[in-house]
Design a protein around this ligand. Sequence first.
Ligand code: ME8
Length: 511
Amino acid sequence: MESYYVTTPIYYVNDEPHLGHIYTTIAADVLARYQRMAGRDVFFLTGVDEHGQKVQQAAEGRGIKPIELADQVVERYQSLWPELSISHSDFIRTSSERHQKGVQAMWKRLESAGAIYKDFYEDWYCVPCETYWKETQLKEAECWDDKQCPDCKRTVEKVQEESYFFRLSDYQEQLLAHIHAHPDFIGPASRRNEVLSFIESGLHDLSISRTTFSWGVPVPGDKKHVIYVWIDALTNYLSALGFPDPAVPKHWPADIHLIGKDILRFHAIYWPCMLMAADLPLPKRIFAHGWWTVEGEKMSKSKGNALRPTELLEAYDADVIRYFLLREVPFGHDGDFSFAAMKQRYNTDLANDVGNLLNRSLAMLNKYRDGILCEAGAEQEMDRALIADVQAMQRDVAEHMETPAFHLALERISLVVRHGNRYVEDSAPWALAKAGDDDRLNSVLYHLVETLRLVALQLLPFMPSKMRAMLKQIHGDIELGELSFGAQGGWGLLKAGHQCEKPQPLFPRME
Ligand code: ME8
């Protein structure tokens, strides 16, 4: 079976989960579910990033050990994911033994490749952003006079310490060549260009160890140093698979690393260079999605306005949240979350379009045929057009999931739903019933039910519970079990004599 490996970033444990974290994880889950249904052997990884000065300081602030803080937040993530129907294969913690083993093995591979050296550096450090700034960068950003972080405008600290460095600059040309030779390596295209111009402006060697805090993985053979966050964090994608046993584990290289645009540079520059230095295969694709604001404002810890998943789940079903987040904003673009937009989308796409087609079709089937499908009569032009549209939808969605462009996939499915609703109007089953045109009525009802079934199958990765409920109404007594595009994706699976259930509203209109 062909492997498919999808990852989310590992989230910091110094904050509770919010809208941004669930967004990436839901997107990864939809890919994982889709690829499973497409017959791939899926490994879907998420987890948490526990080390670093920020976490150590946050724990100290609360008078607890870093691991205690991490345990609390891990619990929040682990109880949240099932509530959002996240179907991850594994959850990696960077404090785990398997991860530390992987990170130290990575270090040793880099070291024996001659890619690590020891030196001193003097820099300006922003603790909240975990970012080092050079004097020249502060000057460029007009942050030198006030010693401010160019990103968050908080005060930066001067630091000078002994540190190990990774020879990032040695891999500049090799990385450029790789990006040029693999047009799909970084998506979307705008981000790829951003990365290219960053590399072309010249890469500097990277400081990869610290002596100023202790909450991290020790440098092998030098207990004074801990491995600095990015070497530690990025290696999770391999350590979770068992690296270094074997060095190239099953499922590696990843098919796609899904990330937010905030951590693009780390994934599209540092990580591939590390892998090249360690002589390991590079991930196939890195895709950076955009940034959510909430009701027009940037979410921030200081403002305390981060949208928490619990607040969302109190208002909407998990499936509706999943649908909305992936439908509302083109994947890769920034977007604004608002409850008004969510309600609007719910009513138009889900209640009016999908819900309505399901209800009216099953209601008519029950009214005219006691819920039993009858042999379809001679095919007419409008029937052929509907079937062709359903089949084109399946192909188009498969293409959009490669990008991934979830909004386009959902839009494409919506087109078929609207086509279905138009088909009802145009064929007017009520008139056929009145005229006693049994053959034609049987045909129309059959085409509607098959369309609904195949629409639900395409929507299943996005709305797993709602669509299973929809398929249950259609499949009646047929055991649902595992569903796949291969086994269930063909037109005409349901046979004459099959009994559907009575319609149960899935998406009642919200007033
Ligand atoms: O960066 N809009 O962890 P993190 C969209 N530990 N997505 C958002 C978002 C927003 N407003 N806010 C957060 C880290 N995200 C590191 C990663 S990976 C080897 C190490 C999502 O907890 C988005 O996926 O700050 C972003 O990349 C991630 O959360 C950052 O999570």
